[in-house]
Write a protein that binds this ligand. Sequence first.
Ligand code: SF4
Length: 368
Amino acid sequence: MKITIPHLGNLYVFVKVLFDCLAVEYILPPPCTKRTLEIGTKYSPEMACLPLKINLGNFIESIELGADTIIITGAGGPCRYGYYCKMHEEMLKDLGYSNVKLIAIDPYAGLPALLKSIKTIFGTVDFINIAVSGVRAYRVMAEVDRLDKLCYYIRPRELVKGSANAVMRLLRDKIYSARNIGEVKKIVKETRAALLNIEVDTTLNPLKIGLMGEIYTIIEPFTNFNMEELLGDLGIEVDKTLTISKWIKEHLVKLHNHKEKAEYDKACEPYLKTPIGGHARESIGHSALYAKRGGDGIMQIYPLTCMPEIVASSILPALSRDYDIPLLTVVIDEITGDAGYKTRIEAFKDLLLKKREAKNNDGLLCRN
Ligand code: SF4
């Protein structure tokens, strides 16, 4: 059995370390490219949301490399994600991959189903070993998420433009080729040291944008045209509350940060009272909290036809008026080109700069 997964930001770190620790055979999906998107788009229903299409492309590319088993997570609630596992299974069957097995890790399916899936994947019921390895893998992935966060601070302040990007570009390739957890940890540690070595101008007070929206689009850089890098290179500091480590903790393990949840729930309450699936309530609640913390702007990103974020996008303009914080909504689909998209972001940056200048003429703006 050769297992593969969908590509989802830093998820590959968790899977690699976990499977290496437990000696499970796996094939990491090649990083998402135009080809991945083209394959997924070609074989998916036109109105399916973008993550379903890109994930199908991931699966086919991994199958080409020898994968015969796919792990996918399940979900409850009104969002279409709950149907993905079945849809992918049917689509792969139609494409002639009927020998490929799909295993759903579905926290909503009940404990017996979950244990059965875990046993199928790991071939053991040694849950203590699985849990210990899971915690080790989680810690490494969370550290990689923290490296991303460190870059949010460095990029708009670095003295030599592109320094953080140059360090981070090597990270994924190095981890893909690492032979064991020890090597992965060493790579992560060296990357942190290299980032901390980058010279920054600590006197700058760059524009700050809160990134909100649909989790897949927020977390997978290919889908959002490397938005974090793009904003950072424009001299903007990114703030992002959704990360893959947070998603695993809250969605799969059900360990919520109750204080944070209570805060964003309360902030969301005046705008949306009912859970509508996806991360719509988080997008709204965190936008309000971010505005209160003094952020300069909010950017919402989501794939075309994403039901929860369409609802959030109809609410966020009211929040933007109430909190006097500019909002940019970016909707992405398979034909979105990055040129027009960059122009919109540059125009948004100009608007934020003007607003900052009008509010506070202290001259401590970003360099660009
Ligand atoms: S949150 Fe939106 S894009 Fe993501 S699976 Fe649900 S409907 Fe699709």
